[in-house]
Design a protein around this ligand. Structure first.
Ligand code: NAD
Length: 357
């Protein structure tokens, strides 16, 4: 059966890394007879330049009609001076909320071959394998009212609203419990229940659901402690679940434990398993067009897409094994390069994964 994938390369290094991920998907599709078909669309600055907005309704609709979406990255300095409503990043928020992609899954895996690239000591991080489940369509990033107002005394005041309804908490909690069931059965929920009422409710909902998942050990941790523990003893975690803002910050910290943000894939899923897959990093304008970006996060995102949305686990496993093989061969893009390894370009890394497949 044919599966349709919407490809949204985006800006900066986006087109370069997505091209390599597509080559890997095409190779896997040919080898394992997956029947993948691709459509292309515009998002971010590329869409602003063509249509005057970061994601058109037509592009959103076309994405929703596919079986999954693979995205590069959006943004760049040339669009930073535009009004906030039409900046590239708004395209991301629009596709996430438009397709109901509330569950963001970010694995942080330290490949043993890259232990030296981590900023932490190898013994603290070697074997690290964490999954951060971040709520993506609610919380303070979307809460209303929001804005900047002028008070009676003439002073300006900025304000946002941190809000979660019980049903929003429940669905992300269930995604996290289910993910923990498929891994090592440990779930740590991160909140700030000592200060914020919204996370008191968050904690209550997690506790209410826990008996339904007797094979998962639930624990709770305040976000400040979680940030500290992530850099002190990260291997204590299996799955972490948290709200939008805390997840944004903690997942970037977890990313750095693994050495390079260029290695980390992500998935954003809705209730029906439809998903958008993208690397955790941004559009890296500082290296765009130089052919040196690391395409592995995008290639690993494509593997996650095969596993979570397209029910093609065998192909996902094959791609992940091919990535490990090229690392074993000592091939490294500049961001993960260490002495004694062979430095390769974006295209050479992509081609090496294809041939390892
Ligand atoms: P960034 O992730 O783009 O870059 C941070 C640093 O990591 C840079 O030095 C960059 O060269 C390096 N880097 C990132 N990806 C790499 C890769 N694959 N290979 C090698 N090195 C890589 O973050 P930033 O500089 O803060 O943001 C740049 C632009 O990206 C901004 O416009 C920002 O808004 C946007 N952004 C987009 C997304 C997204 O599309 N999901 C996420 C974050 C930032």
């Amino acid at each position: 059966m044919t599966k349709k994938v919407m490809i949204l390369p985006g800006d900066g290094i986006g087109p370069e890394i997505v091209e390599q991920a597509m080559a890997v998907l095409e190779a896997a599709s040919g080898k394992l007879n997956l029947g993948l078909r691709f459509e292309r669309g515009l998002i971010g600055g590329a869409s602003i330049d063509t249509h005057g907005e970061p994601l058109t309704d037509a592009a959103l609709e076309a994405a929703g009609e596919c079986d999954a979406v693979l995205l590069g990255a959006v943004g760049g300095p040339q669009w930073d001076t535009l009004a906030r409503e039409i900046r590239p990043e708004k395209g991301l928020l629009k596709i996430r909320s438009g397709l109901g992609l509330y569950a963001n899954l970010r694995p942080a895996i330290l490949y043993p071959q890259l232990a030296d690239a981590s900023s932490l000591k190898p013994e603290v991080v070697s074997g690290l394998d964490i999954l951060i489940v971040r709520e993506l369509t609610g919380g303070i990033y979307f809460g209303e009212p929001r804005g900047i107002r002028t008070l009676e005394n003439g002073e300006r005041q900025g304000f946002n609203t941190y809000v979660y309804s019980e049903s929003e908490i429940e669905r992300i909690a269930r995604s996290a419990f289910e993910a923990a069931q498929k891994r090592n059965g440990k779930l740590c929920s991160v909140d700030k229940a000592n200060v914020l009422e919204v996370t008191v409710l968050w904690r209550e909902v997690l506790d209410r659901l826990a008996p339904e998942y007797p094979d998962v050990a639930l624990s709770h941790m305040y976000v400040d402690n979680a940030a500290m523990q992530l850099v002190r003893a990260p291997k204590q975690f299996d799955v972490m679940v948290t709200g939008n803002m805390f997840g944004d910050i903690l997942s970037d910290a977890a990313a750095m434990l693994t050495g390079s943000i260029g290695m980390l894939p992500s998935a954003s899923l809705n209730e029906s398993g439809f998903g958008l897959y993208e690397p955790c990093h941004g559009s890296a304008p500082d290296i765009a067009g130089q052919g040196i970006a690391n395409p592995l996060a995008t290639i690993l995102s494509a593997a996650m897409m095969l596993r979570y949305s397209l029910d093609m686990s065998e192909a996902a496993v094959a791609i992940e094994a091919a990535v490990r093989k090229v690392l074993d061969q000592g091939l490294r893009t500049a961001d993960i390069h260490t002495e004694g390894c062979q430095k390769v370009s974006t295209a050479e890394m992509g081609a090496a994964v294809v041939s390892a497949l």
